[in-house]
Write a protein that binds this ligand. Structure first.
Ligand SMILES: [Mn+2]
Length: 204
């Protein structure tokens, strides 16, 4: 399957995302979404459905749809709503977040194995809680950080090798280019793979 990409901007925020299935699969069990559901706020999510194929894809896509529709809830409540609404799927691990403009206040919640890696020069605090959305979540925690000008991050599934060096990438490239480069160089061929890169520009 060809890569599936999307990109956008909201104020000073730029984002780019890419996913591709395990080689020889058609459905991709990883899914991403970013967009604005409320004024001056960018919402985003990256989900990895259990296993591979169409059922994994359904779990991941359902989680993102449930997250979008919970936009009016506080972030933590929105994540619990996702958990309730995807019980009839295989379940997924996911990272969800919201960035408030113009402050750059960033809230993130992670359940299970999705990586959150800041671009060089920024050290936010973040830990994902163990669990599988739709099946077993015991605890959630909202991490709050400040995303300043020229700061950003990549979120990615375990189809991307965790141990890569930013020094091998042009981290000033547009987020879409950086996401594609990460998939290209750090993607494994043992799993579906997805990357979401978000960066705040130097402009106010
Ligand atoms: Mn995976």
């Amino acid at each position: 399957m060809p890569r599936d990409t999307d990109q956008g901007t909201l104020g000073a925020l730029l984002w780019g995302a890419v996913r591709r299935p395990l080689p020889a699969q058609i459905a991709c069990g990883d899914a991403y979404w970013a967009g604005s559901t409320a004024a001056a706020r960018l919402d985003f999510g990256l989900a990895d459905g259990l296993g591979h194929g169409p059922e994994a894809e359904r779990a991941a896509q359902s989680a993102l749809e449930a997250f979008r529709s919970g936009w009016a809830l506080p972030l933590e409540a929105a994540v619990w709503e996702v958990h309730r609404r995807i019980r009839d799927t295989r379940g997924c691990v996911a990272l969800f977040g919201r960035i408030h403009l113009p402050s750059g206040h960033l809230e993130t919640v992670g359940i299970g194995n999705i990586e959150f890696k800041p671009l060089p020069g920024w050290s936010p605090s973040f830990l994902s809680m163990p669990g599988v959305l739709g099946h077993a979540v015991r605890k959630t925690h909202v991490f709050e950080n400040q995303l300043g000008p020229d700061q950003g991050f990549a979120a990615f599934s375990d189809g991307i090798t965790r141990r890569f060096d930013w020094g091998n990438f042009d981290t000033n490239a547009p987020p879409m280019d950086l996401a594609n480069a990460l998939l290209e160089s750090a993607g494994t061929d043992r799993d579906d793979a997805s990357v979401l890169v978000i960066r705040r520009s130097t402009l106010p």
